[in-house]
Design a protein around this ligand. Structure first.
Ligand code: NDP
Length: 329
C-alpha cells in the first residue's frame, strides 16, 4: 500500500518537496469498517488551504501523515453490515491505494448509471457545488445573464451548462487559455474569453453588453472586481472560491469597487457545498437525466498513478486541467 504524506507546509506555491510517497501495510478491517482499493481520487483547490496550519471549516492536514479527500473504489474486505466485497463506494480517504474506512463514512454508488469517475466529477461534489451555488445560492432565473469564472474547470463547466439548461438568456465564461475558451464555446457558452488577453472588466463588458445578473465566483480578485462593475441592479453573486489568492502571501489587491454593492443593491453570498446536501437526490436525478439525453458534457483530466497525485494537484493550481482533475490510482 502506497500513500502520500504531507512532508512540509508550503509557503506560497506548493512544490513536489512538500509531499512524500510512503509504503505501508494493506490494512485489515475492524468491526464496522471496510477496506477499499481506491480506483480514483480527487485533487481539489480547497486542499491548498488545508496545507496551512490554520483553523478553517475543515481541519488542516497533519505533517507526516497521509493527506485525505474524496475517493472512490472497490470494497475488498468488509466487517460492516450492508457492504460486501465488489461494492463501489465513495468515501473521504484518498491519497492512498488502500483505505481503511468507517462504514458510516462510505456511500455506495450505482456503477450502471455512469462511469464511476463521474461520482467524483459531474455527479459528485463539484457537480453539486455548481448546481447548488447557481440555483440555490444565487437563485438564477430563466432569462438572466450569468458570468462564471474558472469556467473550464470542474465546477465552472457545470455552472455554465446548467445555466443554459435552466433557461439563462446568456452565459459568459472566463478561463486561462485559448483552448479552454474554444471548449467553452463547444459546451454552449454564448461567449468566453481568456483572462490573460486583457483586463477582465473590459472583456466582460464586451461579452455581456447588457450586464450580468448572476456571477458565480471561482477566482476572486480582479474577476470579482470586474463582475461587481458589470453587474445589474439587484444582481446576485455566489461566492464559491477565490483560487487567485490561494497561493499568495499578500492580501488581494482587488476588488477595489466593493462600495458599488450598495448602490446596485447586490447580494454577494458565500456558500459551502456541504450545507446543500438536501439537494443531492434532485441534483443526481436532473444531472443524470441531462447526461442520458446528451444535453450535458463533462471533461475529466486523469493522471495515472498514486505517485503522480502531487503533480496532479500542482497541475490543478496551474490550470493544467480541463474539467475535473482526477488521479487514477
Ligand atoms: P477547477 O477544476 O476549476 O481547477 C482550478 C482552476 O482554477 C484551474 O484549472 C485554473 O484554470 C484556475 N486558476 C488557477 N489559478 C487561477 C488564477 N490566478 N486566476 C484565475 N483562474 C485560476 O477546480 P474546481 O472546479 O474544483 O474548483 C473551482 C473553485 O470552486 C475553486 O475556487 C474552489 O476552491 C471552489 N470550490 C468551492 C466549494 C464550496 O463549497 N464553496 C466546493 C468546491 C470547489 P485556468 O486555466 O482557467 O486558469
Amino acid at each position: 500500500n502506497r500513500e502520500i504524506h504531507l512532508a512540509s507546509r508550503p509557503q506560497g506555491w506548493p512544490t513536489a518537496d512538500n509531499f512524500r510517497l510512503v509504503s505501508t501495510e494493506v490494512p485489515t478491517p475492524g468491526p464496522g469498517q471496510i477496506v477499499v482499493r481506491n480506483q480514483y481520487m480527487s485533487v481539489d483547490p480547497y486542499m491548498r488551504g488545508r496545507m496551512n496550519d490554520v483553523k478553517s471549516y475543515v481541519p488542516p492536514f497533519q505533517l507526516d501523515a497521509p493527506l485525505d479527500g474524496g475517493a472512490l473504489g472497490e470494497v475488498v474486505a468488509s466487517e460492516a453490515e450492508g457492504f460486501t466485497p465488489g461494492d463501489t463506494v465513495l468515501h473521504g480517504l484518498g491519497w492512498r491505494e488502500y483505505a481503511l474506512v468507517d462504514a458510516k463514512g462510505a456511500r455506495k454508488v450505482d456503477p450502471s448509471l455512469a462511469p464511476v469517475s463521474a461520482y467524483l466529477s459531474v455527479l459528485g461534489m463539484t457537480g453539486l457545488t455548481a448546481y447548488a451555488g447557481l440555483l440555490d445560492v444565487a437563485a438564477m432565473k430563466p432569462g438572466e445573464t450569468v458570468f462564471v469564472s474558472g469556467a473550464a474547470g470542474a465546477v465552472g463547466s457545470m455552472v455554465g451548462q446548467i445555466a443554459k439548461l435552466r433557461g439563462a438568456a446568456r452565459v459568459v465564461g472566463s478561463a486561462g487559455s485559448a483552448a479552454k475558451v474554444e471548449r467553452l464555446k463547444a459546451l454552449g457558452f454564448d461567449a468566453a474569453f481568456d483572462y490573460h488577453d486583457g483586463p477582465v472588466y473590459e472583456q466582460l463588458k464586451a461579452a455581456a453588453p447588457d450586464g450580468v445578473d448572476v456571477y458565480f465566483d471561482n477566482v476572486g480578485g480582479e474577476h470579482l472586481e470586474a463582475a461587481i462593475g458589470a453587474m445589474n441592479p439587484h444582481g446576485r453573486a455566489a461566492i464559491c472560491g477565490m483560487i487567485a489568492q490561494y497561493n499568495s502571501t499578500e492580501p488581494p489587491a482587488a476588488p477595489r469597487n466593493l462600495a458599488l454593492v450598495i448602490g446596485k443593491r447586490l447580494t454577494l453570498r458565500g456558500f459551502l457545498v456541504g450545507d446543500h446536501g438536501h439537494l443531492r437526490d434532485q441534483f443526481v436525478q436532473e444531472m443524470a437525466g441531462w447526461l442520458r439525453d446528451g444535453k450535458l458534457s463533462y471533461d475529466e483530466t486523469v493522471v495515472d498513478g498514486i505517485e503522480k497525485a502531487p503533480e496532479a494537484f500542482l497541475g490543478l493550481l496551474r490550470g493544467e486541467n480541463l474539467g475535473k482533475m482526477l488521479v487514477r490510482v
